[in-house]
Design a protein around this ligand. Structure first.
Ligand SMILES: NC(=O)c1ccc[n+]([C@@H]2O[C@H](COP(=O)([O-])OP(=O)(O)OC[C@H]3O[C@@H](n4cnc5c(N)ncnc54)[C@H](OP(=O)(O)O)[C@@H]3O)[C@@H](O)[C@H]2O)c1
Length: 343
């Protein structure tokens, strides 16, 4: 039986220590079903009490930053005050990227999150032909120097952009990318660059929004929106379609189930640990439908920490993965599915 171990930590290059298993808050945005902000705040206490103290959110995830802020404000009266980490994203629309624009966005997140400085800001950018991401990152770096932001990071950036950013002398701490047993694109190019430049990969989609769990083992292929009940399930079902057939996906789930039984854990644990063990991966973000009955997986998530995958486990998994399409060839680098090719 996989043991419950302490949640492992990783230090980002700006000095912030975060859990290698992070709690993802896209699930409170509204696109994963109704959210009760009060219940979500209460649920966050259980995650922190279990040692899962790092939360990932974004300015565009509905009330996520406010929920985090309400939680932080409640924490202030606790003795001793638990230390939590709030990693947010800034997802600007195309437009001017002068200092004022950047400051305004940062101030908005600080005020919603009820913090005096931001632990980590991850910039998202939609169009690489518009080079103003360099300007935005330059201002974020200045704000980091001034102590307003602890870590300057990005999300969904490809390797070519990371090289360009580094060549301008801008230092980033992490890149948040999709990484799972289905989507192993970061291993193609991204990983090597990150290892050489002290950039941590923070991964999402690692459980395919719940597809890579016992829940979908042995199920007929879900096709309608009624069966794919959250934005994550729809998003990652498209990835499964690009990766291979539903029949091959079921073979993967059966193999993961056999590994999980051998190790006394769940399919989610195997899928999480597989990604956590990849070079350059600093942390895996596990989406949490905070405050929703039946959607709390804390004890199971913790089991991933003590799990050791053996050579025979990896060999069995690779036998299935080897028969799937290579998404680095089919789609390209990290984030390429989100934007049009460069001109
Ligand atoms: N940067 C980006 O572009 C981007 C994109 C997507 C996500 N993200 C981040 O990554 C986070 C992760 O979200 P995701 O959408 O990628 O989903 P995910 O983490 O792949 O899947 C989350 C879902 O898996 C199920 N689950 C979690 N732990 C489980 C366990 N131990 N056993 C069984 N089922 C389990 C839950 O389903 P139920 O709730 O149904 O139980 C949960 O809602 C987001 O919240 C967000 O912070 C970032």
């Amino acid at each position: 039986m996989a043991q419950l171990a302490e949640v492992p930590k990783v230090r980002l290059s700006g000095g912030l220590e975060i859990c290698r298993l992070l709690n993802g808050m896209w699930q409170v945005s509204g696109s994963h079903g109704p959210v009760d902000p009060g219940k979500a705040v209460t649920a966050m206490q259980d995650y922190v009490a279990a040692g899962l103290t790092s939360f990932d959110m974004a300015d565009i995830y509905g009330p996520a930053e406010e929920i985090f802020g309400n939680f932080c404000s409640q924490l202030k009266s606790a003795v001793p005050t638990p230390v939590v980490q709030g990693l947010t994203k800034w997802v600007p629309r195309a437009g001017a990227m002068d200092r004022k624009v950047v400051e305004k966005a940062i101030q908005r997140s600080m005020s919603r999150m009820q913090v005096e400085r931001l632990d980590c800001v991850q910039l998202n950018w939609w169009n690489y032909d518009d080079k103003r991401y360099l300007e935005a990152l330059g201002h974020l770096s200045d704000l980091q120097q001034e102590g307003v932001i602890r870590e300057v990071s990005v999300t969904n950036f490809d390797t070519m952009c990371l090289e360009e950013i580094a060549s301008k002398g801008i230092r980033i701490s992490s890149n948040q990318v999709q990484y799972s047993l289905i989507d192993r694109r970061p291993a193609a190019k991204m990983e090597k660059f990150c290892l050489a430049n002290d950039i941590q990969l923070l991964t999402y989609g690692t459980l395919g929004g719940g597809l890579i769990t016992e829940r979908f083992l042995g199920l007929e292929e879900p096709k309608s929106r009624r069966q794919l009940t959250t934005a994550s399930l729809s998003k990652y079902k498209e990835m499964v379609d690009a990766w291979g057939s539903w029949a091959l996906f079921q073979e993967l789930l059966s193999t993961l189930d056999a590994v999980a039984r051998r190790r006394g854990c769940s399919i989610a644990n195997v899928a999480t640990k597989y990604v956590l063990d990849q070079p350059a991966v600093g942390g895996v973000i596990v989406g949490c439908r905070l405050g929703v009955e039946g959607a709390e997986h804390i004890q199971d998530t913790l089991r991933s920490c003590g799990l050791q995958l053996a050579a025979e486990d990896l060999r069995d998994i690779d036998r299935v993965l080897d028969r799937a399409h290579d998404l680095a060839l089919a789609i390209g680098d990290c984030g390429d599915e989100l934007r049009s090719p460069r001109k």
